[in-house]
Design a protein around this ligand. Structure first.
Ligand code: SF4
Length: 260
């Protein structure tokens, strides 16, 4: 069934942040872009010492949206030199109408959309998306029973089941890899300290036949101090094992500040 279009450009959408920045992760690193952050997520990630999802205000405790499609048009009108969009979340594929409309907008303006997704849903958009930046969630992302969420709720079994329901949706990931223009896999792992997780990731990549040059290893950590601790280990490991490394330069530069 074709995806629907947005009719009212002034309606408030599930978008919590809209701002200019520089893409700081993955294969389009360094490019000036506009970030469009949606709210709502299929997952509830907890990475142990790496902490809760760094955008928990869109996933575990989702804030309400406040921007319209017209706001997106306006920010690109104000900055016509920017030809990139980082569509992130939360889980942007929870909002198929919005994503589809953005592919029309991007096609009209020659903008390349990078969508950040854990891969839970395949969207057959009217125009293919420029880059699918998959960040599949492995067993090291599962919350611990009895843990405390960022705003003080207690993790129960229902919370864990919600997280696992669409985790590693291989069918959806395969379809998205085939349909859209390009993809990469951005995996958050320090193979030296997390060998089991790395083994799980490697077997997933083999099963999906992902070539090595499409895999980017990203160090875990939601704050500057932790990243500075793990960067050397992950960079060394990538050097020795011929993998692409991607940093999290917005956290190095701005620590835990939002909208950067
Ligand atoms: S999938 Fe991404 S946005 Fe959703 S909870 Fe996990 S890390 Fe956060």
């Amino acid at each position: 069934m074709p995806l629907k279009r947005i009719e009212d450009y002034n309606k408030v959408l599930p978008i919590v942040e809209l701002y200019r920045c520089v893409q700081s992760e993955g294969s389009r690193f360094g490019r000036p872009t506009i970030a469009v952050r949606t709210t709502g997520c299929t997952h509830r990630c907890y990475f142990g010492e790496g902490g809760w999802c760094d955008s928990w205000y869109t996933s575990i405790h989702p804030e309400k949206g406040k921007y319209t499609f017209q706001d997106i048009i306006n920010i690109y009108d104000q900055h016509p030199e920017i030809k990139e969009m980082m569509l992130t979340g939360g889980s942007p594929t929870m909002h198929p109408k919005l994503v589809n409309e953005l592919t029309h907008f991007a096609n009209e303006r020659q903008i390349i959309i990078t969508i950040e997704t854990e891969g839970s849903a395949f969207l057959e958009t009217d125009y293919p998306i420029g880059l699918i930046s998959f960040s599949p969630k492995f067993s090291n992302s599962v919350p611990v029973l009895g843990g405390t969420t960022p705003l003080g709720s207690i993790v129960d079994q229902k919370f864990i089941d919600t997280h696992n329901r669409l985790r590693l949706n291989k069918d959806s990931i395969k379809k998205s890899m085939a349909y859209h223009s390009d993809y990469h896999m951005k995996v958050v792992v320090n193979p030296d300290e997390m060998p089991e997780t790395w083994a799980e990731i490697r077997s997933f990549m083999d099963e999906l036949e992902v070539p090595k040059d499409k895999i980017w290893i990203m160090p875990p950590g939601d704050n500057r101090q932790e990243l500075i601790r793990v960067y050397p280990m992950v960079i060394d490991w990538c050097t020795k094992n011929y993998y692409n490394f991607t940093g999290r330069e917005h956290i190095i530069a701005f620590d835990t500040k939002r909208e950067v």
